[in-house]
Design a protein around this ligand. Structure first.
Ligand SMILES: Cc1ncc(COP(=O)(O)O)c(C=O)c1O
Length: 436
C-alpha cells in the first residue's frame, strides 16, 4: 500500500510518452467536491479543478446520476445520423446563458481545441476571408490549427511546425509587463489599440483579409492575465468597424469561473462566436460554439460535424451541471471565493520580499487568481525555478495548484466553486505561510 504511487510512477514512465509531461506525483483513487484522495489514502485540497473543468466540484451527485440514467437509455447514435432532444435542451440553455439578445445557434464538439477549430471554420465561411488573429500569451489547444493560434513555444509548439498559415498574433494586454514608456495602464491600452489600426493593419495584415479575432478574456495558460475591459471594448469596436468577427474563447474562463457565467460579461462585450468547454459538463468531454444564427448558418450542410460531438451522456452531464450551477448560484460563489483569495494574494504581493521568494504581482478575476513569481520586484526577472519548487512544496503540504505563463513563473489557483469554506481557508493558509 505504502509504495503504490511509486509503483504506478514506474508504469507511467514505461507506458506513457514523455510528451505528457510531469504530472503531480500522485495517482487518484477518488475525488469528491474539492478533495482528491490518492491511492495511498492521502487527502489533497484541489485548487486546480482539473484545469477549470470541475467548477461544480468533483463527482457531483446529480451529474453522476444523470450520467447513469442516460447510460441506461442509449450511449451513442451519432447526432448527425439519429438526433435526440437532449442536444436542443443544452443548446437552449447555452443560448440563454451566453451574452447577446439575438437569435443564436449552437454546435457541439468534444474538446476545447475542436470547438476553437470549428469557430474558425465558421468565421472563415461567413466572412469569406482567410486570416485569423490571436494573441501572444494566448492558448487555444493542441490540434494543428488551435496550436497555430496558441502563443507559448516551449513546450507546446516546439518542433511541431509548419503551422497553419494566415494566423497573426497581436500583443495581449499584459499590463504588469508593459513597456516602460507606457506609464499607466490606460496609456498602455491606448497604445495597443492605436497600434492595431496604425501598424498591424498596415504592416502585418490587411483588415479586409481578416475573418476573425480570437481572444481569451483572461489568458488562462498565459498566467491569468486579465484583459482590461476597456481593451476588450476597444478591440470589439475595431472588429465591428472592419467587418471582422470577434470570437471569445471561454474554455477556461467560462461557466461561472470569473464570477459571471462568461468572463466577457465583465466588459459588456458581446462576441459573434463564443467557444466553451471544460466545466460545461463537469469533466465529460463536451465543447460548444455558440453564435449568431446567421453566422452559424453560413456553413453548408455537412460542413460541420464529428462522430462523437454532442454525445448524449456528455449532454446529460451538461444539463445536470447547468441546473446545479444555477441552483447553487455558483457565479456569485465564485466572486466570494475570489475575494478571499484576493485578500491573501494581495497581502503576499505587498509583503516585503523574503530572501528566497518575491511575489511580483497578484492578479485575477472571480475565482481564478495567480501569483507571478520574480527574482526581483524592480527588474521583474521571472523565477520559473522557484515557481516550480513552490508547486511541489504545496503539493507536499496537501494543496494542489498549477503553474502557468509563457515565462513559466506563475502560480495558478482555481478551486472548485463548491469548495467547503474550511478547505478554502486551509489551502490559502498553507499557501500564505509557505510563501511568507
Ligand atoms: C482558453 C483555452 N482554449 C482552448 C483550450 C483547449 O481545450 P482542450 O484541451 O479541451 O482541447 C484550453 C485548454 O486548456 C484553454 O484553456
Amino acid at each position: 500500500m505504502i509504495n503504490k504511487n511509486a509503483k504506478l510512477s514506474k508504469k507511467l514512465k514505461r507506458l506513457v510518452p514523455l510528451g505528457i509531461g510531469e504530472p503531480l506525483p500522485l495517482f487518484v483513487k477518488s475525488a469528491k467536491g474539492a478533495i482528491i484522495i490518492d491511492v495511498e489514502g492521502r487527502r489533497f485540497i484541489d485548487f486546480t479543478s482539473g484545469i477549470s473543468t470541475v467548477n461544480l466540484g468533483h463527482a457531483n451527485k446529480k451529474v453522476v446520476q444523470a450520467i447513469r440514467d442516460q447510460a441506461g437509455k442509449f450511449l451513442h447514435t451519432a447526432f448527425m445520423v439519429a438526433p435526440y432532444e437532449l442536444y436542443f435542451q443544452v443548446a437552449q440553455e447555452l443560448t440563454k446563458l451566453t451574452p447577446g439578445k439575438f437569435a443564436k445557434k449552437v454546435f457541439f464538439a468534444n474538446s476545447g481545441a475542436e470547438a476553437v477549430e470549428n469557430a474558425v471554420k465558421i468565421a472563415r465561411k461567413f466572412t469569406n476571408r482567410p486570416a485569423i488573429v490571436s494573441f501572444t500569451h494566448g492558448f487555444h489547444g493542441r490540434t494543428l490549427l488551435a496550436l497555430s493560434l496558441t502563443s507559448k513555444v516551449k513546450p507546446y509548439k516546439f518542433g511541431f511546425g509548419p503551422f497553419a498559415p494566415e494566423i497573426y498574433h497581436l500583443e495581449y494586454p499584459y499590463s504588469y509587463r508593459r513597456p516602460a514608456h507606457c506609464q499607466t495602464e490606460d496609456e498602455y491600452i491606448d497604445t495597443l489599440l492605436r497600434s492595431v489600426e496604425e501598424e498591424f493593419f498596415k504592416g502585418v495584415v490587411d483588415p479586409e483579409h481578416i475573418a476573425a479575432v480570437i481572444i481569451e478574456p483572461v489568458a488562462g495558460e498565459g498566467g491569468f492575465i486579465v484583459a482590461p475591459p476597456r481593451y476588450l471594448q476597444g478591440l470589439a469596436k475595431i472588429c465591428k468597424k472592419y467587418g471582422i468577427l470577434l470570437i471569445v474563447d471561454e474554455v477556461q474562463t467560462g461557466f461561472g469561473r470569473t464570477g459571471k457565467w462568461f468572463a466577457c460579461e465583465w466588459s459588456g462585450v458581446t462576441p459573434d462566436l463564443l467557444v466553451c468547454a471544460k466545466s460545461i459538463a463537469s469533466g465529460m468531454p463536451l465543447s460548444a460554439v455558440v453564435g449568431r444564427r446567421e453566422i452559424m448558418d453560413s456553413v453548408q450542410p455537412g460542413g460541420l460535424g464529428g462522430t462523437f460531438g454532442g454525445n448524449p451522456i456528455c449532454l446529460a452531464a451538461a444539463l445536470a451541471t447547468i441546473k446545479e450551477m444555477k441552483r447553487l448560484n455558483l457565479p456569485k460563489r465564485a466572486r466570494e471565493i475570489g475575494e478571499e483569495i484576493e485578500k491573501v494574494f494581495k497581502y503576499l504581493e505587498r509583503t516585503p520580499p523574503s530572501a528566497s521568494c518575491v511575489v511580483g504581482e497578484a492578479r485575477g478575476l472571480g475565482a481564478m487568481w495567480a501569483l507571478e513569481i520574480v527574482k526581483n520586484k524592480r527588474t521583474r526577472e521571472p523565477d520559473a525555478k522557484l515557481a516550480k519548487k513552490l508547486i511541489r512544496r504545496l503539493f507536499d503540504s496537501g494543496v494542489m495548484i498549477l503553474g502557468a505563463g509563457i515565462l513559466g513563473n506563475d502560480l495558478r489557483v482555481m478551486p472548485p466553486l463548491t469548495i467547503q469554506e474550511s478547505d478554502l481557508k486551509k489551502g490559502l493558509n498553507i499557501i500564505n505561510s509557505l510563501i511568507r
